[in-house]
Design a protein around this ligand. Sequence first.
Ligand code: GTP
Ligand code: MG
Length: 195
Amino acid sequence: MIIRSAVFNTSATDLDSCPPPGLPEFPFIGRSNVGKSSLINLLTSRKGLARVSGAPGHTRMINFFTINDAWRIVDLPGYGHVEKKQGAKEKFAEIISEFLPQREGIRTVFVLIDSRHEPQRIDIEFTTWLANSGVPFVLVFTKVDKLKPAGVTRNVAAFQASLAEWTTVQPRVFTCSSETGAGRTQLMTFISSLL
Ligand code: GTP
Ligand code: MG
């Protein structure tokens, strides 16, 4: 797919301020710092489209981007970082738990998992919740440039085994690196197939 245009639309703080549905949408979600914004920039070939940050928890709102006037990427707030403001964590959880099952037009959710780690409880819990909600999703293991291929294979297998203890849903798996560009072609081919 050729990316002719990639435009930031809006940052929504709640469901009411989201743009009207209509286009196919692909939400990106995962723990803080997992590489959501970097992957969005890789896929769209626009370096500064989504803001990349060293400090976890940068993406605080629901950010909408329209690609080729035909489909949207939705950058959701990261889950699992410690919020300083009381109640803020609950607010994000609420946004996510309403947005994902209710939003019209979601083709599939990209759940990003850091490939460097063994299965993390928060990722398993979130993925299980998503599976039980009936929302279509795939797993995208990020930052594969940071470890050897055998390490990626081991952590992916461990995650799948861990998830299988909680749900019979077996999501499709992708691996990627925003540093090297690995996985971009596979992800774009997958998105194309759903449009
Ligand atoms: P929040 O919005 O804060 O939740 O983070 P995010 O999930 O959007 O992550 P972001 O893309 O901002 O990346 C976080 C950090 O990880 C940055 O320092 C990135 O440069 C780094 N990073 C992201 N993707 C990769 C990758 O594939 N490989 C390596 N080595 N570093 C990466
Ligand atoms: Mg981000």
